[in-house]
Design a protein around this ligand. Structure first.
Ligand code: FNR
Length: 356
């Protein structure tokens, strides 16, 4: 059975993500500042940007984050997203496979990612409502290296047909975690995460979090555009990426994994996110835009330039590897500093080190 409304929704998301762009909130990283190091005592060849994500080794700390799949019309987009990730050695996540496993249709639009990037680190993606068996099917469809479970309550509330009852999700996610054969990443989709939720997830055994902060692609705004009649406006809702990362770093241990995402668009933002404690940086909206507006070669070039800039910034902060980058001095200004003070994060301590 082909679900026309699901297919249309996938296309609308792409269309409105491009039309609306990022914001209106910022990712908060404009209030995070490096100190220039005029004596770095490093050469470019010394810089090591390898990372580990839930035990999976990555040669670069980047992830082309979940975007699409589930209709034949996006198979070509997924091929190009995989080609972009492959050119840089980045990981890639597919869009939600929930509809596909429910209806047993449109597998092709997802399988193309593994076919295009056979040696890649590929993440499956499923709703927190999926059964454990459906979650494992999503993994098997891609021979995925890990599974993302996405959380998006604000988006659901803007959709007239969206979910309203979010009770029982934690218990269901725990069942998925216990059942599937690969590491699980809990992921927001642009409204961020605070320490309280990450602590609850840690207590249940989850160890990998993609904070998906506000400041980039804005799903409440995208759904409001799709359903203008509802009048629900949550476009300004959400915790931005920088404060979400600080919250995550405060509660995660050294064996847990933090992915930064939400409005990260260049090498400087990526370097700041990694300095705040992230193990990797995820990007969706900007990569999608490059592919749709300029083509796959430009998208590949863009990602490679971001990686080059990250290396340069590591040199300019005297950071030989990502662990050292977490200890390079930072300072905080504006609304982010207010946030730190209100939430009990010591800006002076954080200036020196953000994560164990
Ligand atoms: C997304 N995102 C997303 N996330 C997810 O977990 N499952 C999904 O199916 C989708 N679908 C989707 C479609 C489109 C068109 C976009 C642009 C994004 C959310 C994405 O993975 C990411 O969390 C947010 O977009 C924030 O990152 P950026 O776009 O600001 O880099």
């Amino acid at each position: 059975m082909v679900d026309m409304s699901r297919e249309q929704r996938k296309l609308d998301h792409i269309r409105y993500a491009l039309e609306l762009g990022d914001g209106p909130l910022t990712n908060g990283l404009e209030n995070v500042h490096f100190l220039h190091n005029c004596l770095p005592e490093l050469a470019p060849a010394d810089i090591d940007i390898t990372t580990t994500l839930s035990g999976i080794k990555l040669s670069v700390p980047f992830l082309v984050n979940a975007i699409t799949g589930g209709t034949d019309n996006v198979t070509e987009i997924n091929r190009k997203l995989a080609q972009t990730a492959a050119a840089a050695g980045a990981a890639i996540a597919v869009g939600s496979q929930y509809g596909a496993v429910k209806t047993q249709t449109n597998y092709r639009s997802f399988e193309i990612v593994r076919e295009t990037y056979p040696e890649g680190v590929v993440f499956a993606n499923i709703s927190a409502l999926a059964t454990p068996a459906e979650a494992q099917q999503a993994v098997d469809m891609l021979s995925a290296n890990a599974l993302q479970i996405h959380l998006n309550p604000a988006q659901e509330l803007v959709m007239p047909e969206g979910d309203r009852d979010f009770k029982g999700l934690l218990a269901n996610m725990r069942r998925i975690l216990e059942h599937v054969s690969v590491p699980v990443i809990v992921k927001e989709t642009g409204c961020g995460m605070a320490a309280e939720q990450i602590r609850r997830l840690l207590a249940l055994g989850f160890t990998c979090f993609d904070v998906g902060g506000a400041g980039g692609t804005n799903f409440p705004a995208i759904e409001a555009k799709r359903f203008a009649a509802t009048g629900t406006d949550l476009a300004g809702w959400g915790l931005a990426t920088a404060p979400s990362l600080i919250e995550a770093a405060a509660v995660c241990g050294k064996n847990d994994t933090i992915v930064a995402s939400g409005g990260l668009r260049d090498g400087l933002a990526s370097a700041k996110a990694l300095a705040l404690g992230a193990d990797a940086v995820g990007m969706s909206g900007n990569i999608l835009r490059c592919i749709m507006e300029d083509g796959v070669e430009v998208a590949q070039q863009e990602l490679l330039e971001i990686i080059t800039d990250l290396r340069l910034l590591m040199l300019l902060t005297g950071s030989r590897d990502l662990k050292a980058l977490r200890k390079t001095p930072l300072y905080f200004t504006g609304a982010l500093r207010e946030f730190l003070l209100c939430r009990g994060h010591d800006p002076i301590r954080l200036s020196a080190v953000r994560r164990n």
